[in-house]
Design a protein around this ligand. Structure first.
Ligand SMILES: C[S@@+](CC[C@H](N)C(=O)[O-])C[C@H]1O[C@@H](n2cnc3c(N)ncnc32)[C@H](O)[C@@H]1O
Length: 287
């Protein structure tokens, strides 16, 4: 498990604003399609990579009466979400697995029955984007909506300067992570070619999230670190991994920090950092 469900549930303020932005896109879509309603009993909304259920709750509050189905690969997250929100349905499932390998009872219940698929801060882990796009196609009803955001963790070589020359070589020799262009175009091309979407709108934004420096550097940074290490070119011993981690940490901070807020008694007693994210926000409508 990468995240602590309880800590994530209370500390994931950075994910809230992008989630609300996706909810606004759903509101426009729902209003246009069904008109203004006080309840949405007929709607089924799937929350992919739902984590501890915070976004499921947000969806339920905005679309009163809708059936909310959360999916996450992490059993701890799902246990936490199901306990906190027993009124919704939650499933442990790897969303990257081919649709034919999803449990039979899930497929027969939801195939072609889902009105809206929502995914906040979860899609950057997906490697097999063709298989994923096919799953979205199987789940959605015709004219159903898929909305989400795709986070790019950052091209660390771009913060290289003369002092970092050795680090640049280390990154080039150890990691094969995709450039932003490869990463983004692969995802959207899969939606287009395997997802059967006839309309895809995408917008790029750089939201800023504020963290306590200690919390980010000692714990939250493990998440982007894991993303980069997903693309190791060769097996590395513990010492090499340790060195790579230190280099990645330094460059991640250098690439992302856009403001440092010193600790003061009046604002906060800990030093805080503002980090810039690279986010592709999209909505796609199935044929
Ligand atoms: C940053 S959290 C986002 C949680 C929630 N969507 C939010 O906005 O707060 C990313 C979640 O995606 C889940 N995840 C990552 N890869 C996944 C996969 N292949 N299948 C299903 N869930 C996945 C993780 O377990 C984690 O709970």
């Amino acid at each position: 498990m990468d995240y602590d469900a309880e800590k994530y549930d209370t500390g994931a303020a950075d994910a809230q604003q992008p989630a609300r932005q996706l909810i606004r896109l759903i509101q426009y879509y729902v209003r246009e399609k069904y008109g203004d309603k006080s309840t949405y009993d007929s709607l089924t909304i799937v929350d992919l990579g739902c984590g501890p259920g915070n976004t499921a709750e947000l969806l339920a509050n905005h679309f009163i009466g809708a059936k909310i189905v959360g999916i996450d690969i992490d059993p701890e997250m799902i246990r936490f979400a199901q306990t906190k929100h027993p009124e919704h349905k939650f499933f442990v499932q790897n969303i990257e697995k081919p649709w034919s390998q999803w449990p039979e009872n899930f497929r027969s219940t939801y195939e072609n029955k889902v009105d809206i698929i929502f995914a906040n801060y979860a899609l950057h882990w997906i490697d097999d984007t063709d298989s994923f796009a096919n799953t979205i196609r199987q789940l959605l009803r015709p004219t159903g909506m898929f909305t989400g955001n795709l986070l790019y963790c950052g091209w660390l070589q771009s913060v290289d300067d003369s002092d970092d020359h050795l680090d640049k070589t280390l990154l080039d020799e150890s990691l094969a992570y995709p450039t932003e262009m490869e990463f983004v175009s692969k995802f959207f091309w899969s939606l287009r070619s395997c997802g059967n979407f006839h309309s895809i709108n995408m917008e790029y934004q750089e939201p800023v999230s504020r963290f306590g420096r200690k919390f980010y550097t000692e714990s939250f940074i493990e998440i982007p670190l894991k993303w980069y290490r997903k693309f190791l070119k060769r097996s590395m011993n513990d010492e090499e991994i340790g060195h790579l981690n230190e280099t990645l940490k330094r460059l991640i901070l250098k690439q992302r920090i856009c403001k440092v807020i010193p600790a003061t008694d009046t604002i906060s007693s800990v030093e805080q950092i503002d980090l810039r994210q690279q986010l592709y926000i999209f909505k796609a409508i199935k044929n």
